[in-house]
Design a protein around this ligand. Structure first.
Ligand code: ZN
Length: 414
């Protein structure tokens, strides 16, 4: 059994958390921000110190390669992302990226020569961003975003993505080069915090992830009738907001009755005219449903829609919808999952096998390489906030599974 040096990784996590530290106690380090630029420079320097070959691709993903003995073609890739949400925590993304660096450092120090090349990656703009393109780096890398889409992408102030990329050594004119790079990525393994409570409530520290949930998002507009809140008697109203209140409760009820891991959420409302003394005439919101089974998700969305139609009819409001996203659930690679499970058994780390309820870069990488993930328990299930925490003991267990898993993958995958 090979082990990383935990104190070094813990110190790395601490050091990287200084970039974008904000006054609310969290970390604000969105991609293309000055803080992101600084952390990228540090990361690249540290990869160079390890003697890795550095490549910044067109979409500004950072790659560092440790050459193997050349016996086997293609590379095993490990890594995650270094950007954060506003006022986020120090583990989401950084853990997966820094553990990858520590694993490579350990392999170099122990003079282990792999049959494959081993690569570290830090993907650009994994989190939701002002360009409206989350998991930007991995999606573009695997070819899911066309060069045309990337060329016209701009943030809310009209700043072009192509210009943003220049600030971090990306280049829209080199996007096409990623097609050739894709060919050599044989395996991808990403460590990430769980961001939920399933591990904690089962008394486990580590999960091997065998799939990622599908995400359905629909923009819903409900039209009622704006009118004076004093002079319009209750029977004469068609209040868009009370209709929406009932619609949201229906989402909670229908998703709650589902016995799988399916979840449904309405997280944001826009009420018009949003005034104290006017009955709301129009409400826009986004319905999000996540689940591991597409059929279940389809059935739940159908059920929600028929319930909504009944509510609309009864309350005299109109509903229209615009589909925003329909990402299918992703199955991760069974062979890689099984090697990681066996590695966990061999190093005596108890684990669960779970699907991920959040989308990660691994969902896209799974289209071009044999992919899997390892989750570390999140204390109280918290993430995307300053309280986000995973213990050093849990990180150590997950790192041991990952390091020994990577060595086994190198041996067992041809
Ligand atoms: Zn993340």
């Amino acid at each position: 059994m090979v082990q990383i040096q935990l104190p070094r990784l813990v110190e790395d996590l601490q050091n990287y958390a200084a970039y974008g530290r904000d006054e609310r106690g969290g970390i604000t380090r969105p991609s293309f921000s000055p803080e992101d630029l600084e952390v990228r420079i540090r990361f690249i320097e540290e990869l160079q110190e390890l003697g890795l070959d550095i490549t910044i691709d067109g979409i500004a993903n950072i790659w560092g390669k440790l050459k193997g003995n050349g016996k086997k073609k293609g590379s095993i890739v490990i890594g995650s992302h270094l950007d954060t949400v506003p006022n986020g925590g120090k583990y989401d993304g950084a853990l997966g990226t820094l553990v990858a660096k520590e694993i490579i450092r350990t392999i170099i120090e122990k003079n282990i020569i792999l049959d494959h090349d081993l690569e570290i990656v830090s993907f650009t703009a994994e989190e939701s961003n002002d360009f409206g393109l989350s998991t930007l780096g991995s999606r573009a890398f695997v070819g899911k975003l066309s060069e045309e889409e990337l060329r016209i992408a701009a943030d809310s102030k009209g700043f072009l993505l192509s210009e943003a990329l220049q600030t971090v050594d990306g280049d829209i004119d080199r996007i096409h080069e990623m097609a050739a790079m894709r060919e050599e990525k044989k395996v991808f393994v990403e460590m990430h915090i769980e961001q939920g409570k399933r591990l904690e409530s089962n008394g486990k520290s580590v999960a091997i992830i065998n799939g990622l949930v599908g995400v359905y998002r629909s923009k819903v507009t409900v039209i009622g009738e704006a009118n004076h809140s004093g002079t319009t008697m209750m029977p004469h109203r068609s209040d868009a907001l009370t209709a929406v209140a009932e619609m949201i409760l229906a989402v909670e009820q229908i998703c709650g009755e589902d016995k799988t891991d399916l979840v449904g959420t309405v997280g944001k409302l826009d009420v018009e005219p949003n005034a104290v003394n006017i009955i709301p005439g129009k409400v826009d919101f986004v319905l999000e449903v996540r689940g591991e089974c597409q059929d279940r998700m389809d059935r739940v969305v159908d059920e929600i829609n028929s319930k909504w139609n009944e509510i609309a009819k009864r309350r005299g409001v109109q509903i229209s919808q615009l589909l925003l996203q329909q990402q299918q659930p992703t199955k991760l690679d069974e062979e890689i999952v099984s090697i990681l499970q066996k590695s966990a058994d061999q190093v005596s780390v108890p684990y669960m096998t779970l699907p991920s309820m959040a989308v990660h870069d691994a969902a896209h990488m799974s289209l071009i390489s044999k992919s899997a993930m390892i989750f570390v328990k999140s204390i109280a299930g918290k993430s995307h906030c300053p309280e986000e925490h995973s213990t050093s003991e849990d990180i150590k267990l997950a790192s041991t599974v990952m390091l020994n898993g990577i060595l086994a993958i190198d041996q067992q995958i041809d």
